[in-house]
Ligand binder design. Structure first.
Ligand SMILES: Cc1cc2nc3c(=O)[nH]c(=O)nc-3n(C[C@H](O)[C@H](O)[C@H](O)COP(=O)(O)OP(=O)(O)OC[C@H]3O[C@@H](n4cnc5c(N)ncnc54)[C@H](O)[C@@H]3O)c2cc1C
Length: 465
């Protein structure tokens, strides 16, 4: 990637930032600096200063000033990312959008909600529900900001039926690296008007612009949802059943998979019982529909197909409590695997028909490299989360085994027609895997785009490309 020399913040720079944002919104020491030096993984780098803008105008002024002084700026939402995207590896300013957290409008005629980018996903879900609507994307971490979801193109558990974040965004207000504010898209349902700059910014991990406002797509709430917990004798059997479900012409909201180990870890972590834990592997399936009949019919088709594909039982969660026990457990998988341990994650996405082969290969890698590997993920959309776990290994042993395991996994993913990340992004830590699996032409085009948006390379330098 092109190099441009950057400056660190001086006392004068801090003073200028205080003039823009106000003294309470500029922090140079203490726990805020520590918090903003990492995300959910182990990479760490300390910023010179953390700023909390309250308006898009302040964001714009900060970018203008940072450009004039060539100070790097790393945008940050809630810091729940999993690949170092929000870690300020070049120092400088961390710009935390969490105080821009207003819901600006729910537009019933156009089925849209307009929000500032620091609003939390849980607030978006609740607001939509309170108005009788669904905001469909459902990534596991509900304390993430909508700006973070947009910038990583977060996926989550309903992506099979409703798509990722990108498929549910209609418009974006973005502050460019030089401080100009632009609006891409709007409330239109369809768009065929030149290059889609909005879609370029979505998933760009804060390297092309700072998202300050978004127009989200709303849907009517489904009339009924039902969940199934389906035990299998092996993880291979469980994931092999998945392509068959689609071939029956039904489209569930979610199909997640997990092995018993992960479920037991989640039970321990939550201090709550999961409805069934004796089988080696499980599918967790949620269906929804416009009527009870439609939902029940889909559930029956899926249940029968699972039994034909080797499931030892099909458990129907037909009360709110039972459904919640399944999905609360699912929501805790990552935290449970990570609890008290160091991990690295392979977020590979594959054609659905290749999931079983990849999961079986991950077990071979575990044996060959001599390291524990646990997996769970979104079986329905081919996005697997494979975790390589340190378990107290000395630093050098851990690094060598982790790097070997990750390289083998990504190589296999590429061979099976997969991509490095299905939803968590590239950030800092997955760059080398992206470079080794995309073509030179693709990487070059990405670099040209980055240069066009950010010729001074001040916005989240060192990330993605
Ligand atoms: C327990 C757990 C479960 C998770 N489950 C899922 C899941 O199911 N699906 C999924 O996709 N992810 C999941 N994640 C990952 C994470 O929650 C998402 O990547 C989320 O989108 C990050 O949002 P954030 O606000 O925390 O962003 P941050 O981590 O703060 O930032 C992420 C990236 O976005 C950039 N950014 C943030 N805000 C802005 C902005 N306003 N403008 C421009 N750039 C910005 C940052 O620079 C960085 O590159 C999970 C994480 C955890 C810890």
């Amino acid at each position: 990637m092109f190099k441009v020399s950057h400056s660190s913040c001086t006392d004068k720079d801090i003073h200028e930032l205080v003039m823009i944002c106000g003294p309470g919104n500029v922090v140079i020491e203490g726990p805020v600096i520590e918090d903003c030096s990492h995300d959910e993984m182990s990479l760490r780098a300390t910023p010179d200063v953390v700023v909390f803008p309250s308006t898009a105008q302040e964001v714009s002024q900060i970018m203008k000033y940072a450009s004039s002084r060539r100070i790097p700026v790393t945008p940050r939402g809630s810091g729940t990312g999993l690949c170092g995207g929000a870690v300020p590896v070049s120092g400088g300013i961390v710009m935390c959008l969490s105080r821009m957290d207003k819901i600006l409008e729910v537009d019933r005629d156009n089925l849209t909600m307009t929000v500032e980018s620091g609003v939390l996903l849980m607030t978006v879900h609740e607001t939509a529900r309170n108005h009788g609507y669904l905001y469909a994307p459902d990534p596991g971490e509900k304390t993430a900001t909508i700006g973070g979801n947009i910038s990583t193109n977060a996926g989550g558990m309903r992506a099979i039926k409703y798509g990722s974040t990108r498929d549910n965004i209609l418009g974006l207000e973005v502050v460019l690296p030089d401080g100009q504010s632009v609006f891409f898209g709007g409330k239109q349902v369809k768009k065929s008007t030149g290059y889609s700059l909005m879609n370029l910014v979505i998933g760009s991990e804060g390297t092309l612009g700072v998202v300050t406002k978004a127009v989200l797509k709303l849907l009517p709430l489904p009339a009924r949802t039902l969940s199934l917990l389906v035990p299998f004798n092996s993880l291979g059997d469980a994931v092999r059943a998945v392509p068959g479900i689609f071939s029956k012409g039904v489209l569930p909201q979610s199909i997640e998979f997990a092995e018993r180990n992960v479920i037991l870890a989640a039970e321990d972590y939550l201090g709550k019982k999961f409805p069934h834990t004796t089988a080696p592997a499980y599918l967790m399936i949620r269906v929804d529909g416009g009527s009870s009949e439609e939902t029940e019919q889909a559930m029956e088709v899926i249940g029968d197909l699972c039994l034909e594909s080797g499931a030892s039982d099909v458990l129907i969660a037909n009360t709110v409590e039972r459904e919640q026990a399944i999905w609360d457990g699912r929501g805790a998988f990552l935290a449970a695997v990570k609890s008290g341990n160091e991990i690295d994650e392979c977020d590979v996405v594959l054609p659905r028909s290749k999931i079983a082969e990849f999961v079986e290969y991950s077990k071979e890698v575990s044996g060959k490299v001599g390291i524990r590997i646990e997996s769970f993920g979104h079986a329905g959309d081919g996005n697997l989360h494979i975790y390589v776990i340190r378990d107290g290994k000395p630093e050098e042993v851990w690094e060598a085994k982790r790097d070997l395991a990750m390289a083998l996994l990504y190589e296999k993913g590429h061979e099976l027609g997969g991509l490095v990340s299905g939803e968590h992004g590239i950030g800092y830590s997955k760059k080398k895997y992206m470079r080794s699996t995309l073509s030179g032409e693709e990487i070059e085009l990405m670099e040209i785009l980055k240069r066009s948006f950010d010729p001074l390379n001040i916005l989240n330098p060192g990330k993605v490309v």
